[in-house]
Ligand binder design. Structure first.
Ligand code: SF4
Length: 231
């Protein structure tokens, strides 16, 4: 595991809690619109300074009583086998743990839940289940995503599903299929794409959706979930 970044305070990434965010390097997907190429592409990861684990845990120790939670995100944090020990140590220090995941590692998700190491799960739906081969070279990814959806919804911990909507990638039909895949979910966030930094440079030229287009996507998703919000 390599800690590729640390945001010492976030008021928005952990619903209802003051938190810090720890960014773990490495990802098994290649979403062209990804905002964090420095945490995904091996050649860029190499050039990223590492936050040593001791430094991170010393920081946490000093934040006791000041922040309540730790957001573990990436990259894809669940590809790290040592995530279990890492999350355990955070919990032992008295912090709540939120994990952000692309849903490709249901086994790790189950192990974390079994260890009572998670308090909040945010799972991305990137594309409809039948299109995951566009962002992953591995076969059978859709089955893993489907399994993770079931694990998340049955976990008993707070959760959200979310999708970053990208022009030319997502159409109404795609939003409908994604919402259907999480039918009955507590909450589904739709997020607009912002072309500031992307894995594939050509995506920087794409214009975000308009407010009206986002509202239309929301109308498509709403019937499938308990709450759908634009964020
Ligand atoms: S958007 Fe998320 S899942 Fe996709 S490449 Fe970036 S870090 Fe990985």
């Amino acid at each position: 595991m390599k800690i590729g970044g640390l945001q010492k305070l976030t008021l928005i990434d952990y619903p209802g809690k003051l938190a810090c965010t720890v960014f773990l390097s490495g990802c098994n997907f290649r979403c062209s619109w990804c905002y964090s190429p420095e945490l995904v592409l091996p050649e860029k990861i190499e050039g990223q300074p590492e936050v040593k684990r001791d430094v991170f845990f010393d920081f946490l120790e000093k934040r006791k009583g000041k922040i309540e939670g730790v957001v573990i995100c990436g990259g894809e944090p669940l590809i790290n086998e040592d995530l279990l020990q890492f999350a355990k140590k955070i919990k032992e220090k008295g912090f709540s743990v939120k994990v952000d995941t692309n849903g490709s590692r249901p086994e790790m998700l189950k192990a974390l839940l079994k260890g009572k190491l998670l308090d909040y799960i945010a799972m991305d739906l990137k594309v409809p289940l039948n299109r995951y081969q566009e962002i992953s070279r591995k076969k059978g990814e859709a089955e893993k995503i489907k399994e993770s959806i079931e694990v998340v919804m049955g976990s008993g911990v707070d959760y959200e599903f979310r999708t970053t909507l990208v022009p030319e990638i997502h159409k109404k039909k795609d939003v409908s299929l994604m919402a259907e895949a999480i039918k009955g979910a507590e909450i589904y966030f739709l997020q607009n794409f912002f072309p500031e930094k992307t894995l594939e440079e050509s995506f920087l030229a794409r214009k975000p959706f308009t407010k009206k287009e986002l509202e239309d996507f929301k109308k498509v998703a709403e019937p499938f979930v308990k709450k759908c919000k634009i964020r």
